[in-house]
Design a protein around this ligand. Sequence first.
Ligand SMILES: Cc1cc2nc3c(=O)[nH]c(=O)nc-3n(C[C@H](O)[C@H](O)[C@H](O)COP(=O)(O)OP(=O)(O)OC[C@H]3O[C@@H](n4cnc5c(N)ncnc54)[C@H](O)[C@@H]3O)c2cc1C
Length: 358
Amino acid sequence: MPQIDVAVIGAGPAGCAAALTAAGAGLAVTLLDSVAVPGWRIGDSLPGAAARVLREIGAWERFARAGHLPAPLKVSRWGADEAVALDAFRDPDGAGWCLDRPRFEADLRDGARERGVRLHSPVTVRGYRREADGWELTCGDGSVIRAGFVIDCGGARSGFLRRERGRVVLDRLACVYQRVRSRPEQDRTIYTQAVPDGWWYTAPLPGRGRIVAFHTDRDLPALRDVRQRGPARVASSLPGLGGLVDGEPEAAVRVGTAYTVARSGAGAGWVAAGDSAISLDPLSSQGMFNALVTGVDAGRTAGAVLAGEDDAVAGYGERLGRIWQAYLRHHGMYYGMERRWAAAPFWSRRVPVRGSAG
Ligand SMILES: Cc1cc2nc3c(=O)[nH]c(=O)nc-3n(C[C@H](O)[C@H](O)[C@H](O)COP(=O)(O)OP(=O)(O)OC[C@H]3O[C@@H](n4cnc5c(N)ncnc54)[C@H](O)[C@@H]3O)c2cc1C
């Protein structure tokens, strides 16, 4: 007999949205995460459309109080030397935000606790076993959780059913990044610029200056070059970017993977949400939005399955497949807009592609 209805692995944006939704439907939910207190990590830009989802899961009021920076202006040099500006007035969803990411995730966790979700953290889920009526999860601290349904929100490196799940890997995008301390009157522009070997991104971080990040493929020499010279230093000499990135860089230069991946995200007694199902190219700035939306859907799907709707899991898988297909169309369209270096390895690898997930 399961102790609880739903175990949610991972308390990032997807896991919290799933837990809040499932608990809101009256289910007994345990949310597990290996990190006790969310720390800073790259990924800060949240589109205005997220407000709707945050309201839906009851997280809006905390979010609005948290001091995230509204991002009224996006500027890009993409496909042409001229800069193109998109201000929030022309965006039907309104301005998005540059997040204080640790605060964002801590607030989501607090909201889940308030709704009756049991947060079990820090604890790493290490083993998974199917039972007749659900799952047995074994944790690194020796605890065992028995749940009727599992929602995997363990992110891009999730180990849940790793060997059983098919996957499509679209690219080997990597990111080298650094924080730059603030000037007193911080410019709030989010800026993206294509270059022959990849693309640059910079955005303000509330109270912490700016992030400056270069994206290229893992095997291209530009990655090592920018890493060695330091992203802030390289960026400061680029026209357009240099004017925004002129503060004191922090010493730490970090490198991360940003592969676009789809994994099968639904099966008997489980679904996956967020990056565990679909990891998006950071160019889209949609990763956290996708995590929130699929998290909500996963929480609802858990409720439907436990209420006896046998085809709910298949329906969820189909919806994931549609998100992936729409994403591929946009991905191909945006990369296809940049033709100045069409023969360069980075750009020639990014012709429109087709794929499937579910
Ligand atoms: C370079 C880069 C830049 C990005 N920029 C943006 C951006 O500007 N805007 C945007 O929206 N998105 C951005 N993203 C993507 C965004 O960060 C992700 O899409 C988002 O974090 C996905 O949320 P999630 O909840 O699915 O997974 P995560 O946020 O990765 O959360 C997963 C959680 O699961 C926990 N976990 C994993 N395995 C276990 C286990 N076995 N047991 C217990 N806990 C476990 C982890 O500790 C973690 O807390 C970027 C990504 C990269 C790589």
